[in-house]
Write a protein that binds this ligand. Sequence first.
Ligand SMILES: Cc1cc2nc3c(=O)[nH]c(=O)nc-3n(C[C@H](O)[C@H](O)[C@H](O)COP(=O)(O)O)c2cc1C
Length: 359
Amino acid sequence: MSVLDRLGQKLLFTFDPETAHGMSIAALRCGLPVGARTVRDVRLNVSLCGIDFPNPLGMAAGYDKNAEVPDALLGLGFGFAEVGTVTPLPQAGNPKPRIFRLTADEAVINRLGFNNEGHAAAEKRLAARKGRPGIVGVNIGANKDSSDRVSDYERGVTRFAAYASYLTVNISSPNTPGLRNMQAREQLGELLSRVMAARAAATAQPPVFLKIAPDLVEAELEDIAAEVVEKRIEGVIVSNTTISRPALRSTGTAGETGGLSGKPLFERSTIVLAKMRKLLGPDMAVIGVGGVDSAETALEKIRAGADLVQLYTSMIYAGPALPGRIVAGMARFCETERLKSIRALRDSRLDQWASKPLS
Ligand SMILES: Cc1cc2nc3c(=O)[nH]c(=O)nc-3n(C[C@H](O)[C@H](O)[C@H](O)COP(=O)(O)O)c2cc1C
């Protein structure tokens, strides 16, 4: 980390996590020159679901919930940015404090509960950038008090299909009561049928990805894979935050309720990713997220079966130059290993990861 990054991070860490997050969004919105020089390397190009990604590293959902800064994020070196989760109506989310740093673990626990400004606000911003280059996915969710959650997802598809490079159906947040039950087979079948019908009727037909939790057992993964294949969803994002608590060094905040993300999530989310890749076969899109904090961890997700990877928590600890550094590291790896394409690495450790138990 450069001296400037270290200073910036030290400053942000004097504020509570949610204020620090707001300040980082404001800095990006103002166009402050943060981040590193971005690397372009054809060996990092990934072609997936008809989209040409300049590199396989994306910003995960939850950082830019209201689609305020997707282009600034792309400017940091990310190959794509996912905005949201957006719900039809604005909602405040859970009472504060609701984000907690676990500094000794390079992890975070959050129980935000889909705080966001709602569809209309996000649509306005996305409409204003329509036609600009850059891959921007839109992650859609349901309002906590909705009487018909499936219809909230349909509305998300209808509203954002024209603006989104891809759509993510997020049913894996642990912070909206009952939401993750939509991962159960029967409910998932109905949700995906209606989402795909909404897409067919929309003005544009971007790929649809399903974002799942890491806290699933093998039988549940099998059910999800079967529904994804049957309903012809284009891919799966593995994973959201975990409600499990692997051995943690931090005391105090480690006991907070919510979803854990960052370094301690890497192992579990990578095992689930590999198991999903095995279940879905080689042709379906699989995006790996959870604990990516370096070129090495990003490459390991690809070895475990990921086409693309995303990160969020590590940027809280390493600052805005991190994506540029990771992308540069991946390009160096291609050079030293004489790889013509990063795609050649995919699945090279699939069996090792997929055979690990989900303890
Ligand atoms: C503060 C915070 C807010 C998040 N909000 C969302 C969200 O709105 N939608 C979503 O799909 N994932 C959300 N996530 C999950 C991330 O997208 C990602 O799946 C998870 O944090 C694991 O990646 P990481 O270890 O790189 O952070 C959030 C994560 C954090 C830390």
